[in-house]
Every structure is written in structure tokens, then in C-alpha cells.
Design a protein around this ligand. Structure first.
Ligand code: DON
Length: 327
């Protein structure tokens, strides 16, 4: 692509987001609210809205409140799963967790009573991610956490750290996850101690990132684990591809079907208001996005499914405006 074409694309996307971000901030002001069950998240400004895009040639678009850091929350499930698969092999991990969407809320406990001794439905819901966190290699949570941080650092080419305030806030109030972990243990679906596993899982949910980081992760996933800028593989290709399938089918909880239908790309959300999106390269001769890209969205007011209200609207508008759905 010529320099002039690249410049035009950048101009066009800048114009799009400069118009849309203020619009969605205003249109959905007061709709949804930051997650309250983690007390420290409740204090986040609900009006933030950020979007980051990263392209294989290294071009980055950063718009809105992109400088505000936030915690991964459920987006950590993607890295917990990939790390476990990298160390144990995907088939061993799948002996412990299924790959079926639930249609239930992300922290639902319902299925334990209905399906005794049955493995969690998928690694993108709390129960599944807690099981997978128990499989991570290491003798204690410090070692297990380190393995996941190493993967994230390899993708992002920088160190990541845990937001201790948010971790403690969730740790002290993790009643539901404690219940889930205890049910899992009772049903022989945890490979490590209950509290140790919860510590691993909760700390990983509290890793701090930015919309730009999510865009970088989305870009690497879009090219099946390959970093096109440093020209190295950071995630084994088969694991990156399998993870995208799980994101597409289960990444948005009981909104996953609608997200696939109306937004149309693999995505993963967190109750902090982050959305990780990955646009695979397309055979369509699309002027802007045919080479694929990574998308990072952040807006803390969430809906009852736990997904960012303004974030989903902005993403849907963007992907529809440029016909980017994968099918
Ligand atoms: O375990 C929890 O409840 C949180 N740490 C993460 C949940 C979450 O992000 C669900 N997402 N939309």
C-alpha cells in the first residue's frame, strides 16, 4: 500500500472515531453502570470510552480515553486458557473443560446442580477458567501467575503488573467464585487447592492493561499467534486459532450468539469494560481492513450480561460501517 493510501486510511478512521466517540458517550450516558460486585470497580468513571486499532504494518489508531488503564477481568481467561494449552497440550486441558456455550450468566452456578460431575461448559466462563487456572504449571499461585504473565509479556513485549487495590477488593468479596471453586473441588474438577486456585485466578483478572495493549493482542491473534511487527510467533498457531473459536462462540457469555450475529468477530469482554476484538485477514478486497487488525475497546458501564454498553455499540457501528464481519 502506498504512503498516500495509508495516510488516507488513517485520516478516515480518525474522522470516524472522532465523530462516533462523543456521540456514543452522549447517546448511552447513564445506560449501564460499572460493575458493583467488585467494590473498587464501582468507582470508575462510567463515561470513559476508548478505542485502539492496530494493523499488521504497525499503524496504530488511539482514540478517546485510550490512556486510562483498566484490569483484564474476564479477558484474562483467554491467557489462562492459552498458557495451560501451551504447557499441557490442548487435548489435556479439554479433558477438564468443555467447549460449549452456556446461555447462562458468566458466574452462574446453576449447571453444577443440573449436571453433577460434568466438566464446566467452557474456559470463558468463571467456572471453566477457575478449573483451567488450577491446571497451570507451578507449585503455587506465584509460579502459575508468572507463566501467564510471561505469555502476556511475550505478546506485548513489555512487563505487565497486577493492580493490587482491585485484586484485594475482589479477593475480599469473591463469594460467588469461592462457591464455584468449592463446587468444582467437590466434583473433582480442580487440579489444585481451592484457595490457591482462586488466588491465581483473581490475581490474573487484576492485571492492568490499556486499550492499545488489547489491540496488540487482537492483532497477534488475528494472524494466528504471529507478531507481524517483530516477525516472531508468540502463541502457537493451533492454540491461537482454537482460542479465537472459543472467543467467537463463548467470549461474551450469554450475549455470545448476539455478538457473533450482530458484531461479527471473535471478542472477549471483561467486567472492567474492556473488549478484546480480533479481525482476521479477509479475502474480501476491503480497502481498510483486509489485512486484519486488533481492536481494544474500553468503557466501564456494563450491561446485565457483563459487557460494555458503549463499547459494544461503538464496535458494532465501526464493523458494520466497514463491512468487517468474518462471514
Ligand atoms: O471473576 C470475576 O467475576 C471477575 N474477576 C471477572 C468477571 C468478568 O469479567 C465477566 N465479564 N464480563
Amino acid at each position: 500500500m502506498s504512503t498516500q493510501q495509508l495516510f488516507n486510511i488513517e485520516q478516515e478512521l480518525n474522522t470516524f472515531f472522532e465523530k462516533k466517540i462523543p456521540y456514543y458517550k452522549q447517546r448511552y450516558s447513564g445506560v449501564g453502570a460499572p460493575a458493583a460486585y467488585i467494590p473498587e470497580l464501582k468507582n470508575t468513571n462510567p463515561d470513559y470510552l476508548a478505542c485502539a486499532l492496530m494493523f499488521p504494518d504497525g499503524q496504530v489508531i488511539l482514540k478517546g480515553d485510550y490512556a486510562v488503564p483498566f484490569t483484564l477481568q474476564s479477558i484474562a481467561k483467554v491467557f489462562i486458557f492459552m498458557t495451560a494449552c501451551m504447557h499441557l497440550g490442548t487435548s489435556r486441558v479439554l479433558e477438564w473443560v468443555d467447549v460449549e456455550p452456556t446461555g447462562d450468566p458468566f458466574n452462574s452456578i446453576l449447571r453444577f446442580e443440573l449436571n453433577e460431575n460434568k466438566k464446566p461448559f467452557n474456559p470463558m466462563i468463571n467456572a471453566g477458567a477457575i478449573t483451567v487456572a488450577s491446571l497451570l504449571p507451578g507449585t503455587d499461585s506465584t509460579e502459575k501467575i508468572e507463566k501467564v504473565k510471561l505469555l502476556l509479556s511475550a505478546i506485548l513485549d513489555k512487563d505487565v503488573s497486577i493492580n493490587e487495590k482491585i485484586f484485594i477488593s475482589e479477593w475480599e468479596t469473591a463469594y460467588r467464585n469461592r462457591a464455584l471453586a468449592n463446587f468444582l473441588m467437590e466434583n473433582h474438577l480442580l487440579a489444585a487447592d481451592v484457595e490457591e486456585t482462586l488466588l491465581t485466578y483473581t490475581k490474573l483478572c487484576s492485571i492492568e492493561i490499556t486499550a492499545e495493549d488489547l489491540a496488540k493482542i487482537g492483532l497477534v491473534l488475528s494472524i494466528d499467534g504471529f507478531d507481524p511487527i517483530r516477525r516472531i510467533e508468540v502463541i502457537p498457531s493451533s492454540i491461537a486459532r482454537f482460542t479465537k473459536i472459543l472467543m467467537f462462540t463463548c467470549g461474551m457469555y450469554n450475549y455470545s450468539g448476539k455478538f457473533a450475529a450482530y458484531v461479527g468477530i471473535p471478542g472477549k469482554s471483561g467486567v472492567s469494560g474492556g473488549i478484546l476484538g480480533t479481525v482476521p485477514p479477509s479475502f474480501r478486497n476491503h480497502p481498510i481492513l483486509s489485512d486484519g487488525c486488533g481492536i481494544g475497546i474500553f468503557s466501564p458501564a456494563i450491561d446485565p450480561c457483563g459487557n460494555s454498553v458503549k463499547g459494544i455499540k461503538l464496535l458494532e457501528d465501526f464493523l458494520h460501517s466497514y463491512s468487517v464481519q468474518i462471514f
